[in-house]
Design a protein around this ligand. Structure first.
Ligand SMILES: NC(=O)C1=CN([C@@H]2O[C@H](COP(=O)(O)OP(=O)(O)OC[C@H]3O[C@@H](n4cnc5c(N)ncnc54)[C@H](O)[C@@H]3O)[C@@H](O)[C@H]2O)[C@@H](O)CC1
Ligand SMILES: Nc1ncnc2c1ncn2[C@@H]1O[C@H](COP(=O)(O)OP(=O)(O)O)[C@@H](O)[C@H]1O
Ligand SMILES: [K+]
Length: 516
């Protein structure tokens, strides 16, 4: 893979910092952080006629970064007002020095936002990775200060992370600064790109402070971005190809009243390039054709077990929890040697029947689980809040407990694998929060498996592409309000072809003949 961007926990960042300061000529990281933030403020948020800056400095080293930022901006001629919420005597050595430097240049300190002032930009240096808002909640004064900043509707640069947000898990239990840009130091933190972090971080700019973090701490988690994903694409198709080369996906689900879920998964698989797609439907007397997508081959579920050329199975869309669904899933888990994508009620059944979970753990072929937070909570025997407050851990636990590849869906979906590696998805938007988009994802994953991608790569590509397809729809305002699962499918097909062929798929296969 092509240098994916690593993610570091708070503990990792502290370890890297310790290694850096233990060097013979230790770098002044606070100075570098403040300088980087001042440059970003000047270059991206200020202009000649916008020169008034409000800097918020908190009680710890994040506040120290803020004093350094304030000092540089003032040196460069900007008008800087600084609020300090801490106590000078409790500051670390570096932060004390930064405060002293600010005061020495004539900088003033306020305890509250002056009511008479007006500003063009705000720098948020209240809290960084030292705040764990779940364990140590922000008091009312801080909450009011943060709300006041958010209500000013000004561009905000957050130092390291938006204050109030947990850097490890992206939760903001009370409130957090809504940043326009987050200048994050040393390494990217998972909390910026999952759960509530997606709401608060704004544009993220990584400032490495001249440290080569990867050489100091080997990462276990990475960001899924377009650069990484483009290394996973299927190869362009040979001109002399046939449908057998692109696999056959079997989709099992579609109990009475839920056939649409299986149809959506089927269309997702078909339009992401599977050679053939069969639907094994649990409904009594199921329809034999979908007039809107006649390419799909609809069968009663038992007939699917007789096919010997399937490449993979997607089990769950509209499966239901009836005994027939349970028996069907049991048979698949016990007898099938195909890669399996398990979604929706397949996951709920596994959560409720420990014998199904036991068989799943011992499968030799790859199994991919695609739970949302509620399904993940059932699988882990916990509640939704616990999953959401520890999304990385929940995804990792699922991968390890069930010996499966897992995507924990939601804002900033997390893909986790049994080897402990974890990937956080950067694509997607709330347009995806509508019925059927999960079914589409399971079908898309099946299509990529059928075309020969490894289970890890199929899951990563499907998850990123699914989100990117939704993002592309925003460009024509086909969302986020009212975006539909079917539209995701067409948008994903367009993007996948664009990524594999550029804009020139037609030329690759055009057969112009000339006679000279
Ligand atoms: N780790 C590093 O290598 C570097 C850290 N730097 C900065 O330092 C930050 C971490 O500094 P700290 O560890 O001092 O932590 P923070 O400055 O993020 O916050 C900790 C401070 O907040 C107080 N606090 C915690 N919870 C509180 C609550 N609920 N209500 C009120 N006060 C509360 C603590 O008593 C402490 O004073 C980073 O986010 C970054 O901005 C930078 O200077 C660059 C280098
Ligand atoms: N706010 C959001 N941001 C990004 N992705 C989202 C958001 N809301 C939902 N999604 C994505 O949409 C899909 C919803 O799946 P799921 O909840 O299983 O839907 P359904 O059961 O209706 O098919 C998942 O891929 C999830 O990651
Ligand atoms: K901050």
């Amino acid at each position: 893979m092509n240098n994916p961007i690593p993610l570091y926990s708070t503990a990792d960042i502290r370890e890297i910092e310790q290694l850096a300061v233990a060097r013979p000529n230790p770098p002044n990281l606070m100075e570098k952080a403040g300088l980087a933030a001042a440059h970003i403020t000047k270059d991206k948020l200020l202009s000649d006629d916008k020169n008034k800056i409000l800097v918020l400095a908190g009680p710890g080293n994040n506040g120290g970064d803020a004093f350094v930022t304030a000092r540089y901006l003032r040196t460069w001629g900007f008008q800087v007002t600084t609020i300090f919420t801490g106590e000078p005597s409790k500051l670390s050595h570096d932060a004390k020095q930064a405060l002293q430097n600010w005061l020495s240049m004539g900088g003033e300190l306020y305890h509250d936002i002056p009511s008479s002032g007006s500003w063009h930009v705000i720098i948020d240096g209240l809290f960084g990775i030292g705040l764990n808002p779940a364990k140590s909640p922000l008091d009312e004064n801080y909450q009011l200060l943060i709300e006041a900043v958010n209500n000013m509707n000004l561009p905000v640069l957050a130092l390291d992370i938006p204050s109030g947000l947990n850097a490890d898990n992206g939760t903001a239990p009370s409130t957090a600064i809504k940043a326009t840009i987050t200048a994050t130091f040393i390494g990217l933190k998972p909390g910026l790109v999952t759960h509530d972090g997606c709401e608060y971080a704004g544009e993220i700019i990584l400032c490495d402070l001249d440290l080569d973090a990867i050489s100091m701490k080997s990462p276990q988690s990475w960001l899924m971005d377009e650069t990484l994903i483009k290394t996973l694409l299927p190869a362009p198709r040979p001109a002399n190809s046939h449908k057998g080369a692109f696999g056959s996906v079997g989709i099992i689900g579609g109990a009475s009243g839920m056939i649409g879920a299986a149809l959506l998964a089927g269309s997702g698989a078909l339009k992401l390039g599977a050679g053939r797609v069969y639907l094994g439907l649990l409904a009594n007397q199921p329809s034999t054709v979908d007039p809107a997508q006649p390419e799909l081959m609809l069968r009663p579920v038992d007939e699917l077990f007789e096919l010997d050329h399937l490449t993979c199975l997607v089990v769950g869309p509209g499966l239901g929890k009836e005994i027939s669904a349970c028996l069907c899933l049991e048979k698949i888990l016990q007898t099938s040697s195909l890669p399996l994508v398990l979604d929706a009620d397949a996951l709920n059944l596994i959560a409720h029947h420990s014998e199904l979970a036991s068989v799943l753990r011992t499968r030799h072929a790859p199994s991919l689980l695609t739970p949302h937070a509620a399904e993940a909570a059932r699988l882990l025997g916990t509640d939704i809040a616990t999953v959401q407050n520890h999304r990385m851990k929940a995804a990792e636990d699922l991968a390890r407990n069930f010996n499966c590849s897992v995507v924990l869906k939601g804002a900033g979906s997390i893909c986790a694998f049994p080897n402990g590696h974890c990937y956080l998805n950067a694509s997607g938007n709330p347009g995806l929060s509508s019925a059927g988009t999960g079914d589409v994802l399971s079908g898309m994953t099946g299509a990529l498996l059928a075309q020969g991608l490894t289970s890890e790569n199929a899951l990563l590509l499907a998850v990123y592409l699914h989100g990117a397809a939704a993002d592309a729809l925003l460009e024509t305002l086909a969302g986020p309000i009212g975006m539909t699962a079917s539209e995701i499918i067409d948008s994903a097909r367009h993007l996948l072809n664009q990524w594999v062929y550029g804009h020139h798929a037609r030329f690759r296969y055009s057969h112009a003949h000339s006679i000279y």
